[in-house]
Design a protein around this ligand. Sequence first.
Ligand code: F6P
Length: 545
Amino acid sequence: MKNYFNKKKYFNILYKNFKKIKNFHIKDFFLNDKKRFNKFSINFMDIMIFDYSKNIMNDNTIKFLLKFAEEIKIKKEIEKMFSGKKINKTENNSVLHIALRKDFNSNFFLNKKNIMIEIKKCLKKMKNFSKNVINGTFRGFTNKKITDVVNIGIGGSELGPKMVNSALKDYRNHLKVHYLSNIDNNNLIDILNKINLETSIFFIVSKTFTTYETIKNAKSIKKYFNKKFNKKKFFSKHFYAISNNKNKAIEFGINKKNIFKIFNWTGGRYSVWSSVGLSIMLSIGYKNFKKFLYGANKMDNHFYKTPYNKNIPIILSLISFWYNIFFNAETEAILTYSNRLNKFTKYIQQLNMESNGKNVDKNGKKIFYNTSQIIWGGVGTNCQHSFFQLLHQGTRFIPCDFISFINNNNDFFHEHNINLLSNFFAQTKALAFGNSSIKKNIKKKKYFKNNLNLYKNFFGNVPSNSILFKNINPESIGVLLSMYEHKIFSQGIILNIFSFDQWGVELGKNLSDIIYKHLKKNKKINHKYDSSTDGLIKYYKKWKK
Ligand code: F6P
C-alpha cells in the first residue's frame, strides 16, 4: 500500500489495528463491553441520537482514527472553510454555504466586505415575495391567485429543494410545487398537463444560467407561454430567475427585479440554503424556512467547535474512511425509515459522489486509493422486501446508515409508526448480530446437503450507524443535511482531494453539444466518433420518425 496514507504515522498504526480486528464479530465487542453504547453514541442537543456502536471497531480503532484526524489536521481545514479561505482551489473560490445559515445579526467579512448584509437582503426579498404569493396579494396577469410553482433546474438546483419539500410535506401550504429537470419532453409535458399557466409562476434555477437542460426547458415554456398569451408583460409577471449570472438571465428576458441571487461562493449541491430554496420557502413559509436554516447552523457550530472525539460529522467521515480504505467497501447504503425521506438518498448521492468522486489529489498527483464510495439505498421498510436479502446474506461488505424519526407529524394510524421503528431497531440488530442460535444448531449437526439451517443462517457483522431524531421538522432536517455536508467535507480532507469542484461532468456535456448538431442535421454523418457511437447514431437516424 505505497501511497499518500503510508506516510502517516496513525495510518500505519490503524493498519495494524485493522489486521488484528478484521475478523472480529460486532457481537464480541458488545459481549466484552457492557458500556459500548454509552461510549459510542452522541446525543446531539436532544434533537438526535447518533449511535455508532454497531461498527467493526474496538476502543483502539476509534482512538487511532481520532489521532489520525488530528494528524491530518482536519480542524485546520475546517477553520479555512469557516473563515472564507479559497478552499475550492481549482475554481479559485471560497466555500461559504455555512454563511447562509448564520445568525443574520452577525457579521462575516469576506474581502473586507460584510457578506451578511447581502445575505440578509436576499433573504428579505425571498421573504416578501413568498409572503405575497402565499397570502394571495400577488396575483397572476389575469388577477388570479397563484396555485402552482414550477422549479426549472437540475442537479443541485433541483435535488435539494425537491427533497426538503418532500421531507417537510406536513408543513406545506396550499401551493403545489413541481420540479422540472429532465430534458426528456415527458417531464415537461407531464407538468404542463397539471398546471394552469395563469395561476403558475416559474423559477429558472441555475447558478450558471448556462445549464443546457434547464435553459432548454425554460425556453420551451417561455415559447409556449408567449404563444398562448402573446403579451410580454404577462411573461414578466410569471417568470423568475434564481442565478449567479444576472446578465444571462436578463438576456433570456427576465425582468431585473425578478432575479434572486445565488452567491458565487455557494456550490450548486450546497445551494438549498440560498435562494435556490425559494420553492421550499413558498411551500412551508418563511418562518419554517428560517428554522431549517437554524437547524443547519446548530450543526455547523457543533462541527466547528466540538473536539474530535465528540464531533459527529468527523466521526462519520472517519468510519466511512475506515471501511473504504481498510475493508475495501465499494458502497455505502443509506436507509431511511421515513417515507418523508424518500428522496434523501438521491440528494446524498450527488453531495457525496460529485464532491468526492475524484482521481487526482490536492498535489496534482494521480490517486491510487478509492475515493468516494458508491452511495445507494432507499426507504428502509420497502427495501427490506427487495435488496435487504443481499445485505443480510450476500457476499459483499456494505456499511449502512439508518435514519429515522421517533415522532412524525401524523397521529392518525399512529400504530404504524411503532411498526416502522420496530423495523428500524430490528434491522440494525439483525445486520450486526445475525442469528447466533441457528449458528449453534449448525455446529451441532453435521453438514448434509439438505441442511436448511445453512440457508437460514445470518452471519451478521454488517456494520451500521443509527441516526435517530426525536422529531421530523424543519430544524431536524436542517441538522441532518448539514451533518452530511460536513461528513462529506471531512471525508474529502482525509482523502486529500478537492471536494468542491466537479470537472468530471464537463466532457459528457461538451460531447452532447457536438452530437446534438449531428442529430439535428437529418443527413448522413461523415463525422466519425467510434464504431459503437457511430453504430448507435445510425440506428437513431434509421428509426427516428
Ligand atoms: O453538471 C453538474 C452541475 O454543475 C452540478 O454541480 C449543479 O448542481 C448542476 O450542474 C446545475 O448547475 P446550474 O445550477 O449552474 O444549472
